[in-house]
Design a protein around this ligand. Structure first.
Ligand SMILES: [Zn+2]
Length: 585
């Protein structure tokens, strides 16, 4: 054993973090394969991998064994990086059962939104005021779900192993494979006997330049006597130079027996984003927002010297609007303004122009980054959730959603200006749903529905409202099984109880035919909007629609697996953002 190995081993008893930093600081090569703690190589050196170009120091590994050392070293670097991150984490889960055709359909759902804290292992801070799936909340979960989400729940699935060491595992080289543009080594990972519970069992994909894990697929093993581990497929994206950070986790079980006669049947998507939320570190949870945004300064200059009372009122409302939108963006809930907003604004402009409406100030559109289907207005800003944009089948149904919100603005429905006072914006991000409320009265909702139909009937969408109505029919059908998808957190839902929004459009819609593959009433979640988990920017997915083979592939409002197209980080532009599962229009 060399001197440096002895030092490393001694330091490692102080804690894995110190161990890691030493390794980084000294730039040492990974622990050599003959250190006494290391397991014998799972694959003979004949499985040697060729030298990868463009690799960073230390020198390229010469054998599979050295590759494994490098992977483990990189995984420890990853853990250290994650301890400084507080990404948003959202899990949406649908319980399934088989229908009369044997197809799986959702029967109920679960939603969790929080911020992941990794300082002492994965934990989460809940936004939605309900127990999360993380272990800290575990005691409070009800009996059924405590069985479902042991031990650390979905947040755990960002990690391969909190104590990833060679001696605990057998590694077997499988093949090389491309994931998107990234050439990967595919390696099977099996825990050794006696290495403790909860080790990773499955397969990992390792990019062949720096040997970062970019995907791992499997479960934890063996499970403790009283709990079970779920299966998952966990993906990381190259969001910054040298950083591959968790972005997507898909999990499903079709027949996990966990109690006499009870089996678990579900599918779930977990997304992470908000890695680059500046000023939201541990000591800066309280956010201050400036009164004078560039926008309101500009308004002031246009309004001559002194504002008339009417103009002052408008400026006051604009201040509250800007404050609220900024606060939501800073808290990781609203995307920075971008390309998708412009698409939405074009639809709004179509509605305004064809109805000869002049609002004297621009209407802005923004994207709420969460999955539940909701839309609302903050002053003259229309906010639509990512989940809602995902499931809308076409532009006419998008116009329907926007027409409703635009009607609130056109009708001058009241807007609570309490957010014009800055103190009201000082709260923890986790309190956002309690502190911010953009819900409308039932009477205003009804009036907006009526006005929206009027706007649509004068618009370029007037002959295409059949699909909009069809979407509402599909929503009406699925809503009872998916209360957490349709429950809004900030505004009004698109469906409430037994009634859906704009129900007059139902009457003119064609019959909903679930078995026809050419009638698409609503899309699965995740097909339309791409989210950059680092910057929170969104754009429209460029996936080409594919013809459906069977009605089973329609999957309205459902979650589907992730297959992001992996690329290396470049500063070229937003194109690096990965696509979710390919989808049709
Ligand atoms: Zn409304």
């Amino acid at each position: 054993m060399t001197y440096s190995q002895k030092v490393l081993m001694r330091i490692s008893r102080l804690g894995s973090l110190f161990f890691l930093f030493l390794l980084l600081a000294s730039g040492l090569p990974a622990l050599s394969q003959d250190s006494n703690s290391a397991a014998p190589p799972a694959v003979p050196d004949s499985a040697t991998v060729s030298q990868a170009p463009g690799s960073s120091p230390p020198a390229n590994p010469a054998s599979f064994n050295e590759v494994v050392d490098r992977v483990i070293q990189r995984e420890h670097v990853f853990l250290a990086q994650m301890r400084h991150m507080r990404p948003m984490v959202e899990t949406y889960l649908q319980d399934l059962k088989s229908d009369s055709d044997g197809n799986s359909i959702p029967t109920k759902d679960q939603y969790f939104l929080g911020r992941l804290e990794m300082t002492e292992g994965p934990e989460d801070v809940s936004f939605v005021g309900r127990p999360g799936f993380g272990h800290r909340m575990l005691d409070k979960l009800t009996s059924v779900y405590s069985l479902k989400f042991l031990p650390l729940g979905f947040a755990q699935m960002v990690l391969l192993d909190t104590d990833f060491q060679k001696k605990y595992y057998k590694f077997t080289f499988v093949r090389r494979e491309f994931l998107g543009e990234i050439r990967c080594l595919v390696i099977d990972v099996v825990p050794r006997e006696g290495s403790g519970t909860g080790r990773f069992l499955g397969r990992m994909w390792v990019e062949d330049q720096d040997y970062n894990v970019v995907r791992f697929n499997g479960t934890y093993y063996p499970h403790p006597r009283t709990s079970y581990y779920l299966h998952f497929d966990s993906w990381r994206l190259n969001l910054q130079p040298g950083m591959w950070l968790p972005a997507y986790i898909y999990s499903e079980e079709s027949d996990l027996k966990y109690r006499l006669g009870k089996a678990l049947h579900y599918k779930a998507q977990t997304r992470l984003w908000g890695y680059d939320l500046k000023g939201l570190g541990k000591n800066e949870e309280f956010t201050q927002i400036l009164v004078d945004s560039p926008q309101s300064v500009k308004d002031q200059s246009e309004a001559a010297a002194d504002a008339t009372p009417v103009v002052a009122q408008r400026m006051w409302e604009r201040q509250a609007e800007d404050n609220a939108v900024d606060r939501l963006q800073k808290g990781g809930l609203v995307a920075p303004s971008g390309e998708v907003d412009k698409v939405l604004q074009t639809v709004v402009t179509n509605l305004l122009v064809t109805n000869n409406i002049d609002l004297q100030s621009d209407v802005h559109c923004r994207v709420l980054l969460t999955a539940p289907l909701e839309s609302f207005t903050i002053g003259h800003t229309i906010v639509v959730s990512r989940g809602l944009l995902d499931v809308l089948p076409d532009e006419a149904s998008l116009a329907m959603v926007l027409a409703h919100e635009l009607s609130h603005i056109v009708l001058g429905h009241p807007f609570d200006t309490k957010l014009a006072f800055n103190d009201r914006l000082s709260f923890r991000d986790e309190e956002s749903f309690q502190r911010l409320d953009f819900r409308r009265r039932a009477a205003d909702e009804e009036a907006a529905d009526t006005k929206a139909v009027e706007l649509l009937k004068n618009s370029p969408y007037k002959d295409k409202l059949g699909t909009a109505g069809l979407f509402l029919k599909a929503l009406e059908l699925r809503a009872p099984a998916l209360p957490n998808l349709i429950r809004p957190h900030l505004g009004n839902g698109v469906a409430a109880g037994k009634s859906v929004r704009m129900s007059t459009l139902l009457a003119s819609a064609p019959q909903l035919e679930q078995r026809r593959t050419d009638q698409i009433a609503a899309l699965p979640l995740g097909g339309r909007i791409k989210l950059d988990p680092w910057s929170d920017r969104v754009e429209l997915a460029k996936a080409k629609p594919v013809p459906l083979i069977s009605a089973r592939e329609k999957m309205p409002f459902e979650v589907t697996p992730f297959f992001p197209y992996l690329t290396r980080f470049s500063t070229a532009g937003p194109d690096r953002v990965a696509l979710t599962a390919p989808d049709r229009k």
